[in-house]
Structure formats: structure tokens, C-alpha cells
Write a protein that binds this ligand. Structure first.
Ligand SMILES: [Zn+2]
Length: 435
């Protein structure tokens, strides 16, 4: 596969996954097309060797795995992990706010969001709604309005002369986007709009009532290239759908002879402590069902290796002083190994060495990131997964700029270089040579 073709599938995945629910739905469809068998947590599992499976939890997290034809469970699993969520504005339950001639939506800030970039974008809405059906049962539907639907206008500079020097955003007062404006006619009702959208996207169902929803605001602009030679990718949600896409495409192509596993978790941006987050029981519970015997499972975990993927900070040309001077990170220069003395990243010398060997075999270079010693460091799902499972783990990611903005940037070749590393990992037998 060449980089252009790879990026085309990435762009389509990014654009059609405005929420974690849509990301999981798209991963499910991809894996089904690749011959994976769908499992349900509530059913009994009969797993066979040389078969691939996936299971998702509450639309927000998914685990896919192959029970290798040529390997035993105690040979260990090649695991990769990423997260499905991104910082955003989440619509409140009683959403509609009528202000003069406007209908606005009350929103909460989800995760560590950069708020200024949300103003003056062409926003849309997507998410899931829980409906009561005609027979009184509950059903969940995904919806995606797709088209520009909302706007969050800035206050003109004439009313805020400090806008470029030190203005602050009040999360309660300043973030409600405008959904409709009317002078004479009646304003629409938000829930009626949702009902209409459910019927439009799911024409064969008759819902009685929407009882609750998880609706996200997102930027409707498609991913694109920038830079004279198209060397930069700009898109929403590169953190961390870029890595979900790498994991999905790599496990879809992985050798069926080997034990491989992909975990895409929700709620990383607010601490991972949920049923679908990496701090929850999902991965442990699935591993218990793949390898029911506790002794074999522990031996398997001791032989396994986890590559935790989440984007890394590239050096920003306007803020060179923010980066550790001996560890500059460049776009288009290969996956970044993330290291932190206080285990904010799970990388250690052994896991770092293993990843470097994988990159060498894939004929790609890698980079090493550490935060400046006088600045606090972010984290990933790597350390908590390593702690829960006791598994060798490395934290890596594609170099990116403007992390947690509504529009983020990475190198033209960075997603593909990370994919090449993971593709190599999913075909290598490195763990037989562990110290
Ligand atoms: Zn992330």
C-alpha cells in the first residue's frame, strides 16, 4: 500500500467518526469485512484457533484479537492499544436555551479541550440516542447530522479589545453554540430535530420517544493536506483516531498464525475510569475469556508486549522554548517513543529497545520524546494498562501539532510510518528472544 492510498482510508475514517460510537461502529464494519467474528459479552464464547474475533462494549470501546494457528496462549500476545475519544463540547440533557431570537445548546466541556479554536467553525452534531420503541423496549441509534449546523460566534474585537492579549472563556456563559435563529416563526425543538434525524438515518424503525442521548459537537470540515508539497495533514480528532486507524488496519492484515490483539478504549481524555475506559474491566474480562486458565493466562501475559499508541508533541516552531532542547520531535520522521521518569508513560529501557528493533526491521526511523524537566508531563492509557496486567509496555505515537485543538496536524507520512511499525510487530516473533 502506498502512503496516499493509506491516507485516503485514514481521512475517510476520521471524517466518518465524529464520536467514539461512530469510531467503534466503523472499526466493527471494517473487521467484519476482514472476516472477523463478532462476539457479544452477554453470550457464551466458543473460540477456535486460527480465528479472529471482536467484541465491543457500550458502543465506546472495542477489542479485536486473533488466536494464532501456530501459537499457544503461553507464547504471549502482540497487543496494541489506542483511545476512541477526543476533547470536545458535549450537549447537556436539557439542551435547548432560548435567548431572544436564538435557539442555543447548553454544552459541557469534555476532556482537556483547547477552547478558542471552537469559535467561528462550521460545527455539526453527532452521537447516540436511546429510544423507547413501540413495544416499550429500549434501542440505541447512532446519528450524524454531517452538515454544518451550529455556530459559536466570537465576540467582535470592538467589544473585547483584549481578545488577542489575555481574554478568558467562561465555560458556562460563552460556549453555547447557536442552532437556530428566527424573528417571526417559532424556533424548532431540539428533541424533535433528533427524532427526525433518527427516522432519516434509520428509515425502517418507528420510535415512540427519545429518552436520553449522548450528543457531541464536532467540526464538519473534512481532513485535508496543507504545506506546499502536501506534507502536513490537518484534521479533527487525530488524537487519537489516527492510532485507532493504525491498529484497525494492522490487525485486519495481521498474520492469522500469530496471537494478536487490538484494544480501543473510551474516556482516556477524562482519566479512563469507566466501563469502557482503559481503567475499567473490559480488557481483563476479555483476556480471562480468551485464556480461561489463570496459570496459562499469567504465563501468556509475561510473554506479551503492548504498544500503547497515542499522539506525541512535535516541536512547534513558534514555541521552541517549550520543548526539551535535546529531544526535538519532527513531523514525517517516524514514530515517537515517549519516555517519562515518573511513569506518566509506561516506556522503560526494555520496551523502548523492543520497539526500536521493530522499527529497524520495518526499515523506519524512530524518535524519542521527553518533556522539559521544568514542565509537567501528560499521560496515556499505557501506564494503567501495564499496571493492571503486569505487561511489558511501550508508549509511542505519531508526531503532531496543536494537540487537543478542534483541528490538529501531523506529517503526511506519520500515520503510515506508525502503521508500518505495527504491521511489522504483528508479524514478528521477537518475544522468543526476550531477556
Ligand atoms: Zn490522546
Amino acid at each position: 500500500m502506498n502512503i496516499d492510498r493509506y491516507n485516503k482510508t485514514l481521512f475517510s475514517f476520521l471524517h466518518s467518526s465524529p464520536t467514539p460510537f461512530h469510531a467503534v461502529d466503523n472499526i466493527e464494519k471494517y473487521l467484519l469485512a476482514k472476516g472477523f467474528n463478532q462476539l457479544q459479552e452477554k453470550e457464551q464464547w466458543q473460540l477456535e484457533n486460527a480465528q479472529s474475533y471482536f467484541v465491543s462494549r457500550e458502543n465506546g470501546a472495542i477489542i479485536a484479537f486473533t488466536k494464532g494457528e501456530k501459537e499457544h496462549p503461553e507464547d504471549g500476545y502482540r497487543m496494541v492499544a489506542a483511545h476512541t475519544d477526543s476533547p470536545c463540547l458535549l450537549v447537556k440533557p436539557r439542551a435547548g436555551i432560548q435567548t431572544d431570537s436564538y435557539l442555543q445548546l447548553g454544552v459541557e466541556v469534555y476532556g482537556g479541550c483547547l477552547l478558542h479554536p471552537w469559535f467561528d467553525r462550521d460545527l455539526s452534531l453527532a452521537g447516540r440516542v436511546c429510544c423507547e420503541m413501540k413495544d416499550k423496549s429500549l434501542k440505541i441509534f447512532l446519528i450524524n447530522f454531517q452538515r454544518p449546523l451550529l455556530t459559536l460566534p466570537s465576540i467582535a474585537i470592538h467589544f473585547n479589545r483584549e481578545a488577542n492579549t489575555g481574554s478568558t472563556i467562561n465555560k458556562q456563559k460563552h460556549l453555547a453554540p447557536i442552532l437556530a435563529q428566527s424573528v417571526n416563526e417559532q424556533l424548532p425543538e431540539f428533541e424533535a430535530l433528533l427524532s427526525r434525524q433518527v427516522t432519516q438515518e434509520h428509515p425502517n424503525v418507528t420510535i415512540r420517544k427519545i429518552l436520553a442521548f449522548d450528543i457531541f459537537c464536532f467540526d464538519s470540515q473534512k481532513p485535508c493536506y496543507t504545506g506546499v508539497q502536501k506534507e502536513i495533514i490537518s484534521s479533527a480528532r487525530l488524537d487519537n483516531l489516527l492510532s485507532c486507524h493504525v491498529g484497525m488496519t494492522a490487525i485486519g492484515k495481521a498474520d492469522k498464525k500469530l496471537n494478536t490483539l487490538l484494544f480501543c478504549a473510551n474516556h482516556e481524555e477524562n482519566g479512563s475510569s469507566s466501563a469502557t475506559g482503559a481503567g475499567g474491566s473490559f480488557l481483563d474480562s476479555v483476556l480471562e475469556r480468551i485464556i480461561p486458565d489463570p496459570e496459562t493466562r499469567r504465563r501468556s501475559l509475561a510473554q506479551s508486549f503492548l504498544i500503547s499508541m497515542d499522539n506525541a508533541h512535535a516541536t512547534h516552531p513558534n514555541f521552541l522554548e517549550k520543548q526539551e532542547p535535546e529531544h526535538k520531535i519532527y513531523l514525517n520522521k517516524g514514530p515517537v517513543i515517549k519516555i517519562n521518569a515518573n511513569q506518566r508513560y509506561a516506556t522503560n529501557s526494555l520496551s523502548s529497545a523492543l520497539f526500536k528493533k521493530i522499527c529497524k526491521k520495518a526499515k523506519i526511523s524512530s524518535q524519542e520524546f521527553v518533556m522539559r524537566s521544568d514542565m509537567p508531563c501528560g499521560s496515556t492509557i499505557g501506564p494503567m494498562t501495564a499496571a493492571r496486567l503486569g505487561i511489558k509496555t511501550v508508549d509511542v505515537g505519531a508526531a503532531s501539532l496543536a494537540m487537543h485543538s478542534i483541528r490538529e496536524h501531523t506529517g503526511f507520512s506519520d500515520p503510515f510510518l506508525l502503521y508500518q511499525a505495527i504491521e511489522q510487530f504483528f508479524t514478528s516473533s521477537f518475544h522468543h528472544r526476550l531477556p
